[in-house]
Design a protein around this ligand. Structure first.
Ligand code: HEC
Ligand code: HEC
Length: 191
């Protein structure tokens, strides 16, 4: 009888305690952190996107670049069915805060494909903007460690002027052949 009562008490008390614990993060968390949880569905809750082939890593990406992309998706300068809508739903005033939130996260560690031995042709011209180690700097994004598929598609869409939210990138991409872009994307993905 006593044990049973105790167990009942414990069960109720335990459930309440657990419930309040579960409720706590949403309650106490910063508003931006709550909004960032929406992004985690695709960009990953530990920085690695659920489908890295189509979805870029945003953890540890350059803040100024993230701000600009949210702006561009909203304005239509960069177009993507999902991201354009999400950016329109996000208040403009949050762009900087949510970008700072993701930029401050560590770039996710990932198993590396074997690194290419030699620098692929044409890659030296990327370094003044994307930096020596390809980890980016204002205003150019980090490229090192994005997936081969995402990189090759981003480079192709600049070359074909489907992505036109930057004046320089289409010209640089048009100077390269398909196979040169392919080799550069493979090299960058392995960094
Ligand atoms: C339903 C999936 C999905 C969700 C949710 C999502 N994204 Fe994205 N995001 C994508 C995809 C796919 C791309 C690549 C789009 C393209 O090719 O232009 C992308 C691209 C981006 C980029 C451009 C990065 C780059 O390297 O060019 C930024 C910045 C971004 N997302 C931020 C966010 C933020 C902030 C949120 C939450 C408010 C969010 N995303 C939620 C799928 C998603
Ligand atoms: C003059 C400076 C400059 C040079 C040189 C340059 N880039 Fe860029 N690149 C940029 C900037 C700035 C952006 C961001 C454009 C935007 O606002 O979307 C960018 C964007 C990109 C992206 C898109 C990244 C993403 O997350 O979507 C890829 C891929 C890329 N560059 C590859 C290259 C490669 C490869 C080279 C060399 C062959 C190169 N770039 C040379 C400035 C440069």
């Amino acid at each position: 009888m006593f044990t049973r009562l105790f167990l009942t008490f414990f069960t109720i008390f335990g459930a309440v305690a657990a419930g309040s614990l579960v409720g706590l993060p949403a309650y106490a968390a910063d508003e931006i952190e709550t909004k960032a949880q929406t992004c985690a569905a695709c960009h990953g809750d530990a920085g690695m996107p659920t489908d890295p082939k189509t979805t870029p890593i945003i953890w540890g990406q350059q803040q100024s670049y993230l701000v600009k992309q949210l702006h561009d998706y909203r304005s239509g300068d960069r177009d993507h069915p999902i991201m354009s809508q999400l950016a329109k739903d996000l208040p403009r005033a949050d762009d900087r805060k949510i970008s700072a939130y993701f930029a401050a996260k560590p770039w996710p560690a990932q198993p590396k494909p074997a690194a290419a031995a030699a620098l692929p042709k044409g890659i030296a011209q990327c370094q003044p903007c994307h930096q020596q180690n390809f980890e980016g700097g204002p205003p150019a994004p980090r490229l090192a460690g994005l997936s081969y598929e995402y990189l090759v598609e981003a480079m192709r869409s600049f070359a074909k002027e489907e992505r036109t939210n930057n004046g320089d990138m289409p010209k640089f991409m048009q100077m390269l052949t398909d196979s040169e872009r392919d080799a550069i994307a493979r090299y960058l993905a392995a960094l």
